[in-house]
Ligand binder design. Sequence first.
Ligand SMILES: *Cc1c(COP(=O)(O)O)cnc(C)c1O
Length: 485
Amino acid sequence: MTVIAGTTGLIFNEPLLWEKGKKGRKGMSIPTSDVPEVSIDPALAGDGPDFPDLNEVDVVRHYTRLSQWNFGVDSGMYPLGSCTMKYNPKINEKHAAMPELASAHPMLDDEHVQGPIRIMYELQQYLSSITGMAATSLQPSAGAQGELAGMLIFAAYHKAQGSIRTKILIPDTAHGTNPASAALCGYKPVPIASNADGVLDVESVAALMDEETAGIMVTNPNTLGLFEGNIREVAEIVHSKGGLVYGDGANMNAIMGVVDISKCGVDVMHLNLHKTFSTPHGGGGPGAGPVCVVEKLAKFLPAPLAVKDGDMYRLSWDYPDSIGRVHGFHGNYGVLVRAYSYILSMGAANLKKASQLAVLNANYIKERLKNDLLLPYDKPCMHECVFSDAKQHELKVTTLDIAKRLIDYGYHPPTVYFPLVVPGAIMIEPTETECKEDIDQFIEAILHILNEAKENPELLHEAPVKTKLKRLDETLAARKPCLCG
Ligand SMILES: *Cc1c(COP(=O)(O)O)cnc(C)c1O
């Protein structure tokens, strides 16, 4: 078997803490109390939780060993398409942890937190300038919440126009959060099929856009990793019927410094700071989904916004048409600091270069794998490329088998079975932070697996075989999760 980094070595077995614990073990000793003991009413105390008794070394080793079973961007390549799992420089972590920022109380008066508010103000400015939009609110705490804020802004705008609209157009390549956010806001999502080139057709949009439709939600580049080249014509049609254009900016990592979003006709857009602007994510950690808008929609943004008054920075509530708060206090502040630190440490020229390298890396993978995996849309891609398992069908090997086998070779699998328009999709996003040698090694691993598929398909059906747990019954795990100790 080809030797691939990261899959052999010392991995400790580790029981559950409940199996490890022994009655009477303690993590620390505290001095005997010098006040008389009072017993608590047993009815109030109950039986107490069933925690195991453990000493300090047991606990430290337990969690350290579990952390070694984990896989993250810091341990290896994580080519999960649509998620931009790039390496996040540690300097951004260091800045977010500065006590002056991490410990600042969110209710202090503005004059006592000039630095933290200045960071918000400048980040608003940077994000507006990176997207080409007029104004930005940092409040939403995820892409999906940015979408919801955007839909609320759509609704507030149409209400102010005295227009009642009930529908939103959403391409069939969209992330599931798009129709969900529209529906949460009371809109009926209307799907539009993408064309044979994997992008929106101007005619299909024209056929569906009417005066009951609030607008369209477009992800650009879309989730096939393709640039929606008709975006301006699409926006013109939507605008001509009084609608608005929402840009899902989750894929901004492909176009920073290259595309001016406002010139594409987009009116509202969210960014995923945790994807594009360097916050470790996955596993449900905190994110941020700032929402950027054109001038005419600025008054609807979630307030307060950070403003500059002479030499003073302050949070301004002076937005009577605001859709209102969408997050407590200042949003996920630590994520905002990471993005600010990332943008300043990169500078405009390097942000652009990051996008260019992300696109180059994805195209390199596309070209090197397209003879062995079916490439449904054979044209230049942006930051990710989407294959399918069609060529492996006759071997009875599926996308899931290939993804699971990659784990044996030390890689996090790519995104699979999404977008839905490609049956058996394998969606690879290498990002700009992988060097050529690492990308070559990843490509070699996939080619090796595709060879195994011909020679030993049984092995692939069982994969992963080198992990602590082998192929899991994912349906059972989802339907009957075991949540107890
Ligand atoms: C990740 C993603 C979202 C949702 O963002 P969250 O921060 O996970 O809520 C929306 N659209 C696209 C295209 C995405 O990739």
